[in-house]
Design a protein around this ligand. Structure first.
Ligand code: AMP
Length: 303
């Protein structure tokens, strides 16, 4: 089954202790769809400016991503600038320019309206809802967000959360959204906003899933070289949703497998700047790392 995503398609300028890049291809929908494209067909809804080069669109097409829903509008493409310190876990946003996203009124191509699996990647929560409302009968809706929207558009974000099945956010965002420092308490508060399942991404410490009273913990892959964490969360979501859309099984046991596929895609992404590592993976590399995760967390029963 194919997957629909709305999110940012961007130019990113990023500085980490290991290097610096200027105006490279980025954006939540870009990372998400590239990661998900290893599992299923993906269709993007987004807007870019007239400064957006065709080579980036051709790259997305080369991953068999449907870009009919990417509008090109007069003006500048979304831009994000961030930097990371040595611990690499949290980006410090230096600049966000919404540009063409500011006046974006998404109008879904007819063939997008029948999509069953929808991901509302990190973007204005009002836009997330505008897209979701045009999908006729979604079977699974998941969503991401960030401090920029939690701080600036909390009301609209809470409206979006009423409509989603799964929310994926990082630990700092979970604390900010709930106003609660303890993550378990924060999870319970957030689940009361609407989502049935909450996945909290914790960078190099892995991910936690909360669903009703159930909790599942996945580690992050212990990597020797991490160059750029930008897009790790979106790649996690891409692997996670791509696998769920591929299998169309939303039971807890399958959600656990999806979390590992998400962790695999995030771990590959951070090995290089921009999409350099995940743009041309071999599916066998994904399977190999999935099995590494299994070995990493296996232990025997008592006695
Ligand atoms: P991640 O590192 O997975 O949280 O996502 C990083 C990506 O999110 C970058 O490629 C940015 O272009 C994009 N991004 C940053 N801020 C925003 C924002 N306020 N809205 C939408 N996308 C954003």
């Amino acid at each position: 089954m194919s997957l629909l995503v709305v999110g940012s398609v961007a130019f990113d300028s990023v500085k980490t202790p290991f290097g610096e890049v200027d105006e490279v291809l980025g954006g939540s929908a870009t990372y998400f769809s590239t990661a998900a494209s290893y599992f299923t067909n993906v269709s993007i809804v987004a807007v870019v400016g007239t400064d957006f080069p065709d080579k980036h669109l051709l790259f997305l097409k080369s991953r068999r991503i449907d870009i009919e829903g990417i509008e090109k509008k007069e003006g500048r493409t979304f831009r994000w600038k961030g930097e990371y310190g040595y611990e690499l876990n949290e980006a410090r946003t230096l600049d966000t320019q919404l540009n063409v996203f500011q006046a974006f009124k998404p109008k879904l191509p007819e063939k997008y309206k029948d999509k069953k699996v929808v991901f509302l990647a990190n973007i204005d929560p009002d836009l997330q809802r505008e897209v979701l409302q045009q999908v006729k009968e979604p079977a699974l809706v998941a969503c991401d967000t960030m401090n920029f929207w939690i701080g600036g558009k909390k009301g609209p974000l809470l409206e979006t959360l009423k409509l989603v099945d799964i929310l994926l956010i990082n630990d700092g965002e979970a604390r900010e959204l709930s106003g609660e420092p303890n993550l378990v308490k924060a999870a319970n508060i957030i689940l009361s906003y609407g989502p049935k399942t909450l996945i909290i991404k914790r960078g190099e410490y892995g991910a936690l899933m909360f669903s009703g009273k159930k909790v599942f913990a996945a580690p992050a892959y212990p990597l020797e070289s991490v160059f750029d964490p930008t897009g790790a969360g979106d790649c996690f979501a891409g692997g996670f949703m791509g696998y769920l859309a591929n299998t169309m099984n939303f039971q807890e046991a399958n959600i656990r497998k999806a979390i590992i596929f998400g962790s695999v895609m995030a771990s590959y992404n951070v090995e290089a700047f921009s999409l350099d590592r995940i743009k041309s993976l071999d599916y066998s590399e994904i399977e190999d790392r999935y099995m590494e995760f299994k070995k990493l967390t296996h232990f025997d029963d008592l006695g």
